[in-house]
Design a protein around this ligand. Structure first.
Ligand SMILES: [Zn+2]
Ligand SMILES: [Zn+2]
Length: 343
């Protein structure tokens, strides 16, 4: 059996800093049409765990329709049995029996986006200190055409590459990160958005940037820009598309088939001087890239004190369907009361 070594739930268990999901006032700057696709109301951990379960079952079903039995089996096995280190009220660590590493798997995606955050947040902070730049979240959009997801992604990436070569861009931006977000409307047209954390050298007139974007795309001037006040929250917002590039629960077999054809498409990257700054620090899949906090929590064993309340931790074995129930139990427990499950 493959041993997974990373807790799947460090952020929600409070081992990692909790990044606020609430929208700050400045975010109203961002056009609702651009973000509504992935903006949900705040759900509880049990609801989110249940949704992940449903998403995976849905994906496995689609995989079977496409006769991708191996993929379906992997999705079924991924996080199907969990070793949960808990005090009864907090979860210090969850060790899954198996991780499928499929790019649309919501459990594996959470782990991947957490790795990106762990890696890039310190690099971004260091880059900002060295260069006296301020971060902004820029969303570039393009007109909708009848084209495949791959064509749509290639089109927006090409436009962005052209944009970064223009003197206007070079004058105001010193690099940053990008990620792709895909949605599909009811007419089946792909909407691809390009999310950028850009390091801005100085203020500029947004209308000038719109003109530049129109010049490279030929037909689109729609973009949105907002300052990033909290870098950790800004980064989290952008990397979430890496873990959740699209609304999978509205996915059909044809969508999955198309996605399987995109195997090597990158969903996240760096550009400009920030890319050079990051060289030698590319994300790796080995656990050396894990943060100190994660390795600390990895050292926790049964009997250790809960990092949040100091009560002794014990090991709870859960099946995948029991995890949402356990979250529910925690959510409904009055503070102070410890429930020890009989597993
Ligand atoms: Zn998985
Ligand atoms: Zn505790």
């Amino acid at each position: 059996m493959r041993q997974a070594t990373l807790s799947t739930d460090l952020i929600s268990s409070g081992i990692l800093p909790v990044i606020s999901e609430s929208k700050s006032a400045s975010q109203t700057y961002l056009d609702k049409r651009v973000t509504k696709s992935q903006r949900g109301t705040k759900r509880t951990r049990s609801q989110r765990a249940r949704e992940r379960l449903q998403t995976k079952e849905h994906l496995a079903g689609l995989a079977r329709e496409l006769h991708e039995g191996e993929l379906a089996d992997k999705l079924d096995r991924c996080h199907s049995r969990l070793s949960v280190l808990t005090c009864g009220r907090h979860i210090a660590r969850i060790i899954p029996n198996f991780t499928c590493e499929f790019r649309l798997c919501p459990d594996c995606g959470r782990r991947r986006s957490r790795k990106l955050q762990t890696k890039y947040l310190p690099l971004m902070k260091a880059f900002m200190l060295h260069n006296k730049v301020t971060p902004v979240h820029l969303v570039l959009t393009q007109t909708h055409r009848k084209e495949s997801r791959k064509e749509s992604a290639a089109r927006i990436r090409n436009s962005f590459t052209k944009l970064t070569r223009r003197s206007f861009w070079k004058q105001y931006f010193k690099g940053g990160t990008w990620s792709l977000e895909f949605t599909k409307d009811k007419n089946g047209l792909h909407h691809t958005h390009f999310h950028i954390i850009g390091f801005r050298r100085k203020f500029f007139d947004i209308e000038l940037l719109r003109d530049e974007w129109l010049a490279v795309t030929g037909d689109s001037h729609v973009l949105h820009l907002k300052p990033i006040l909290d870098l950790a929250a800004g980064l989290q917002e952008v990397v979430k598309y890496v873990s959740k590039p699209l609304d999978i629960r509205r996915f059909g077999a044809a969508d999955l088939k198309e996605f399987l054809g995109l195997k090597n498409m990158r969903m996240f990257g760096t550009f400009g001087e920030f890319r050079d700054f990051c060289k030698g620090f590319e994300p790796s899949d080995d656990d050396d890239a894990m943060s100190e906090l994660e390795s600390l929590s990895r050292d926790l064993v049964e009997g250790c004190a809960c990092p949040q309340c100091s009560a002794p931790l014990f090991d709870l074995r859960l099946s995948k369907s029991e995890l949402p129930q356990f979250y529910e139990q925690i959510e409904s427990s009055p503070p102070g009361k410890v429930r020890r499950s009989s597993h």
